[in-house]
Design a protein around this ligand. Sequence first.
Ligand SMILES: [Zn+2]
Length: 212
Amino acid sequence: MGLIVFDLDGTLIKERTIFAIAKKYGFLEEVVKVIEGPIKNYMKSKIIAGFLKGLTVNEFLDIIKKIPLMDGAEEVSKTLKDKGYKLGIISDGYTLVTEYFKEKLGFDFSVANRLEVKNGILTGKIYMPMGWLETRCFCKQSVCKRAHLRIYAKKYGVSVKDCVAVGDGPADLCMLDEAGLGIAFNPKTPELLKYAKMVIDKEDLREILSYL
Ligand SMILES: [Zn+2]
């Protein structure tokens, strides 16, 4: 028994959600500018959510549903469930997206930011779970993945040392640091190698099975 948490964008699915939406609705440049800017990570999430104002949930989900799963995602989810692992998605994206893929892959839980919806339309307001104040984590993200790994490990009665975290980007650093086994999956930044115990350089999730 153990707990395995996955990042979503670039790990369980092939695209970055906000980029897919921004490309379709023409605000990709603005999103990139915010991401590359000097402000704290959680403030970036807050500003980017504002760009979504006015989109309907259906328009949003139509794009999400077209994003392909990472190679091997379905097989790996099934294999790990059969082995008795609890599976979760921890993302600094949106619950609208993580819940969709949680259901699709048969995961146990997902954590992400919640977008406010009124009459089926996104208002641009975002509710962020945060967590880095409690853990004193360096990430200052809208979702501190370290904090939420701790919360779910406790919930399932698993020591964090027996947890596995899989991720590809800077938002995953604290989660890879916290887990007993951090796996960098096609790392987008060399910083990940400092925190990961294993590195996979192939776009196929089946590669993680040899470590579990
Ligand atoms: Zn953190």
